[in-house]
Ligand binder design. Structure first.
Ligand code: S3P
Length: 164
């Protein structure tokens, strides 16, 4: 099976599904956020607060480039904003199957409270707008789309039955 690249909005379940998949097929699991936090020795929230989103995106891009040099048998759990940079997506598309965990904003609102996710804490219509804009991007880049409103085990099964 190809490498698997999980994309989707914050709270879609990428991290949980990634863990399930990795244990089912014995692939290595990487999280772009974990790698960024490790590189910077800081939480994602404090990187945003102290250095700003632009800096975060810069490190995120470095991490994507580093991941793409890894051998096969990998699952990458991507931060929701990975699609903001088309170079990220070109690299990742070459590296593996892009799987979009599609979830309604209603469901996402039910699942997360935004803690540790600075972009989710913005007021007004910002999250709604972000969701709308990103949805087009996920759709554009996805090789596979799964219904992420199901439970994580079912989502993992959907992925395994689709990706080859
Ligand atoms: C972001 C999503 C977060 C994290 C950062 C920015 C985004 O990851 O990378 O807060 O721009 O959507 P999750 O999708 O894992 O929450």
């Amino acid at each position: 099976m190809r490498n698997i690249v999980l994309v989707g909005f914050m709270g879609a379940g990428k991290t949980t599904v990634g863990k399930i998949l990795a244990s089912k097929i014995s692939y290595k699991l990487y999280s772009t956020d974990k790698l960024i936090a490790g590189k910077e020795n800081a939480s994602i929230a404090s990187i945003f607060e102290q250095r700003g989103e632009r800096y975060f995106r810069h490190i995120e891009h470095q991490v994507v480039k580093e991941l793409a040099s890894k051998n096969g048998g990998c699952i990458i759990d991507c931060g929701g904003g990975i699609v903001e940079n088309k170079d990220n997506m070109r690299i990742l598309k070459e590296y593996g199957a892009i799987v979009w965990l599609k979830c309604s904003l209603q469901d996402i609102n039910r699942r997360i409270d935004g803690e540790g996710r600075p972009l989710f804490q913005q007021g007004g219509n910002a999250v709604k707008e972000l969701y709308k804009r990103r949805t087009h991007l996920y759709q554009k880049w996805a090789d596979y789309t799964v219904d992420a409103e199901e439970g994580p085990l079912e989502v993992a099964e959907q992925i395994l039955s689709q990706v080859n």
